[in-house]
Design a protein around this ligand. Sequence first.
Ligand SMILES: Cc1cc2nc3c(=O)[nH]c(=O)nc-3n(C[C@H](O)[C@H](O)[C@H](O)COP(=O)(O)OP(=O)(O)OC[C@H]3O[C@@H](n4cnc5c(N)ncnc54)[C@H](O)[C@@H]3O)c2cc1C
Length: 386
Amino acid sequence: MKRYDYIIAGAGLAGLMLALEMSKSSLKNKKVLLVDKDPKNTNDRTWCFWADEQFELDKLVYKKWDKIRFATNKSDANYTVDPYHYEYIRGIDFYNYAREKLNACENFTQLIGDISEISPKGFIIANNEKYEAEIIFNSIHPSFDNFSYPKGECYYLLQHFKGYFIETEEDFFDLSAATFMDFKIEQHKEARFGYILPFSKREALVEYTLFSQNLLKKEEYKSELENYISNALGIKKYKILHEEFGIVPMSTYSYQPKFDGKIIRIGTYGGFVKPSSGFAFARTHRRVKGIASDLEKYGKVNASSLEPASKYKLYDRILLSILEKDNTATKDIFEKMFTSLPASVILKFLDEKSSLAQDLRVISLFFFDKRFFFASMREIGRLIWK
Ligand SMILES: Cc1cc2nc3c(=O)[nH]c(=O)nc-3n(C[C@H](O)[C@H](O)[C@H](O)COP(=O)(O)OP(=O)(O)OC[C@H]3O[C@@H](n4cnc5c(N)ncnc54)[C@H](O)[C@@H]3O)c2cc1C
């Protein structure tokens, strides 16, 4: 049996980000084992996020935009995100970078292995071998086919999408803005929108996205995406270079127990995805920085490093309770925000970095909206009587 200080189970976004943070501190002297069943040598996903300051992964940014487009049948405009940029990193570039950096750390071992057991007693079984550690960081979320959110305990939607990286025969894309949400499509009594990241006038990632509780059939994603490209966008001739599919939870589920014996949950499985937006990249980065800093200072992880500030939990509960009941409200709520406030304020609010004054600018938009009034009363009541 092999012993380590830390085992990172699942070396995807959260696992690799955590290992990179550890490798930059005195934790590089600890014995760390990273295990993933996948060699991570394909561009299996790509990440967008917004940033206003430099950080280590800046050098991996493949493309960035100064504006984002938000569109409905009533309003369609590009909004500047200054002081942010809307930034895009390809999964494969991140995996290669992390692998190379971690290979250079002599105490870090990267293992390709299928983990069949993770024990609170402090061991994992991978490829039928046992590995022990003082702390196991677990980022292995069960498949969404076998995972159900406890009813009555949390609000949830799934953000699910299919995307094509396409090349058109003629110049088509406007490079000045990334389309954040294009609601100018049939909503099917749900929240459905197009998402476009233009890389050149002829190349872009085009996605068909839904916020809903039920997944579509495989062929429906394909037909809706192709319908969006050829009918809504009017692109008749294009080549598909690559495809992307994703299911991201948007849930107020507490993902307990966060600490279970020697196991600590991280990543999507630790609730690192922002419940009301489905964005996870920047949030994950913040959380793993907190974890590494705790380990360095105290030799353990504080519960507070795994959670957002209480006010954001409350805002997420209020918004998701409304959207879970009627997800068609997504379009109107986001439209009101984009047409009334600078995009930078919205992004700051979604990024959980807003001041109270900025929160009030967002909240005041919905002050006289009955749905928000009743949802706020209910959720504040829950907090008080809990
Ligand atoms: C296609 C796609 C696009 C996305 N785009 C964005 C975006 O633009 N912006 C954003 O903020 N978020 C985005 N997300 C959401 C989120 O950032 C990602 O899902 C992110 O990868 C979550 O990180 P994670 O570490 O929790 O999970 P993962 O990155 O999925 O890592 C979990 C790892 O566990 C491994 N694993 C699973 N089972 C086992 C096992 N039995 N044994 C060993 N290893 C195992 C997997 O191979 C995987 O590498 C996207 C998600 C997807 C799927």
